[in-house]
Design a protein around this ligand. Structure first.
Ligand code: SF4
Length: 167
């Protein structure tokens, strides 16, 4: 039996990147998927689950997904048709995993938490030069923390210093 029966979707421009040419798709679920999150954590390779916050992050094929009890956020998407197709596929994945839940050992474990926004901000030059496409170093730090940008977009960020924060 399907867990998700119906949903609607809207496209948003990311707050920290106004004027960008990509969107995030926000899929509002009519069904609560809280109970499915530990099963998704067990089945989706590389998933990052925070049981207390009830959020599961996952990346596949260059697209990032954030699962919460009543929504799935997908980014980046270029246009509505891609968003519609991708949303349909991820809903299908959730429903398929839920149908097999009796065969799956749920995983309630979290990965190491990502660094805090302020810790990332401390290793940035704080010049707000905008070369990364973000309006400020703080906005870039927040986007990096949320895994929605690549760290190489800031030419002044030391990869070594960043890896020391994350390992
Ligand atoms: S490129 Fe680096 S220094 Fe410039 S605004 Fe972006 S994060 Fe700050």
């Amino acid at each position: 039996m399907n867990l998700i029966h119906s949903y609607d979707m809207k496209l948003e421009t990311p707050d920290c990147f106004p004027g960008t040419d990509w969107y995030r798709a926000v899929v509002n679920l009519k069904d609560d998927i809280t109970d499915a999150l530990p099963y998704l954590n067990a089945e989706l390779e590389g998933a990052d689950y925070d049981a207390q916050a009830k959020v599961l992050l996952w990346k596949a094929g260059g697209i990032k997904y954030a699962f919460r009890p009543d929504e799935i956020v997908i980014a980046p998407v270029q246009e509505r048709e891609e968003a519609r197709r991708t949303a349909g596929e991820i809903i299908q994945t959730v429903n398929d995993i839920w149908k097999r839940k009796d065969e799956i050992e749920p995983n309630y474990e979290s990965r190491k938490p990502p660094p805090k926004v302020l810790d990332i901000y401390r290793i940035l030059p704080k010049t707000n030069c905008k070369e990364c496409g973000s309006p400020s170093c703080m906005a870039f730090a927040a986007a990096l923390r949320n895994d929605t940008v690549k760290l190489t977009l800031c030419p002044y960020l030391s990869k070594q210093e960043y890896s020391e924060l994350t390992s």
